[in-house]
Design a protein around this ligand. Structure first.
Ligand code: 5GP
Length: 208
């Protein structure tokens, strides 16, 4: 039987500046909503302390990455802060086909590419409640060298301007509440008329 969009699982794109607390919010959302799955990206960036291969990212060298790109293994890919990042196509498709709601945590350019190719994707932008929170969080994390840190703070503030291109904004004052906001957005999307067209057609014109 042909699967409807609703049965297929929702594609969710989450972006937001570094220091917005995306990681904490998403971790809470995964705890709360068992139907959510995280798409682990492939990157050429070096692992940070505590990051594990296959959990946070698939860490690849540039040759391995370029081979994957050449073999069309990415749904989208971008160069961010001088490193490559790509979304593995097959894994995302498998999870969606399995009925899971899949979160892509990707940069703004990648997000817009996904939206243009998959208009049914829901786009969520996570912001901090104040600008200074960004600086504080990034400095506290302090995994980058000072110079790189300044670049990230500058880009993070610049990135806030992109929020209006997204369908929803989640202001992260409290990670638990923000995770609930994400859950609510997904539920609302699943009730949208656009995502229930196949169901409605069957209901109206189909048999019993
Ligand atoms: P970080 O190095 O801090 O983990 O990530 C840097 C940026 O790359 C973040 O904005 C993150 O959302 C983005 N990013 C991570 N994975 C992907 C991906 O697969 N595609 C794209 N376009 N951006 C990604």
């Amino acid at each position: 039987m042909e699967k409807t969009k609703v049965q297929k699982g929702q594609l969710i794109v989450v972006s937001g500046p570094s220091g917005a607390g995306k990681g904490t919010v998403l971790a809470k959302a995964f705890e709360k909503y068992p139907n959510l799955r995280y798409s682990v990206s492939v990157t050429t960036r070096a692992p940070r302390e505590k990051e594990a291969d296959g959990v946070d990212y698939y860490f690849k060298n540039i040759d391995e990455y370029m081979k994957m790109l050449h073999d069309n293994e990415f749904l989208e890919h971008q160069c961010v802060y001088g490193n490559y990042y790509g979304t593995p196509r097959r894994k995302v498709e498998e999870m969606l086909d399995g009925g899971y709601d899949v979160v892509l945590e990707i940069d703004v350019k990648g997000a817009l590419e996904i939206k243009s190719r998959f208009p049914e994707a829901v786009m969520i932008f996570i912001t901090p409640d104040t600008k200074s929170t960004i600086e504080e969080r990034l400095k506290k994390r302090s995994t980058e060298k000072e110079e790189e840190l300044m670049v990230r703070i500058g880009s993070a503030l610049e990135e806030l301007k992109q929020a209006e291109k997204y369908d929803y904004v989640v202001v992260n004052e409290d990670a638990d509440r923000s995770a609930d906001d994400i859950g609510a957005i997904i539920r609302a999307e699943k009730c949208s008329t656009a995502k229930n067209k196949v169901f409605l057609n069957k209901l109206i014109y189909g048999g019993n």
